[in-house]
Design a protein around this ligand. Structure first.
Ligand code: FEO
Length: 171
């Protein structure tokens, strides 16, 4: 049986993952406005991946006979300076999410909740990937600087990202 503390913490994480989806979708809209369709595609797929993360927690709560309580989702921050600013915010955001996942794992250990520890190990690995990818994009954008041809090429590269969300929900 899932403890009340763990149930509440997982519900908070569902909200945080749904906020992440909203956060990325808002950035995708900014890139569409700036005629950067490749970055918009990457961010849109990231938003779908975040929704898939929320659903992993949602399904897990049901599997453990917990109660899902959906709360209000905060408004995402807007007013980006440029595409580098967008991805610097992505990296900071993912670092915060990593801290949340780590806190959830710490709670699962304190509660002797072994199934939650196993479930959270997937997210711990996922956060390593999320931070690594965001940092790579920040570094690439820093190298590109004001060179519009290089930015155009990066935009084309991110336009080739394919949907992984469906794959992740099935894991
Ligand atoms: Fe759900 Fe980007 O972490």
């Amino acid at each position: 049986m899932l403890s009340k503390k763990m149930e509440t913490a997982i519900n908070n994480q569902i909200n945080a993952e749904l906020y992440s989806a909203y956060f990325y979708l808002n950035m995708s809209a900014y890139c569409e406005e700036k005629s950067l369709p490749g970055f918009a595609n990457w961010l849109n797929l990231q938003a779908q991946e975040e929704y898939a993360h929320a659903m992993k927690f949602y399904n897990y709560l049901h599997d453990r006979d917990g109660k899902v309580i959906l709360d209000q989702i905060d408004k995402p921050k807007s007013g980006f300076k440029n595409i580098l600013d967008v991805f610097e915010q992505v990296l900071e955001h993912e670092k915060k999410v990593t801290a949340m996942i780590n806190n959830l794992y710490t709670l699962a250990v304190k509660e002797n909740d072994y199934p939650s520890q196993v479930m959270l190990q997937w997210f711990i690995g996922e956060q390593v990937e999320e931070e690594k990818t965001a940092k790579e994009i920040v570094d690439q954008l820093k190298w590109v600087g004001d060179k519009s041809t290089a930015l155009f090429m990066l935009d084309q590269k991110f336009g080739r990202r394919l949907d992984q969300a469906a794959e992740e929900t099935s894991e």
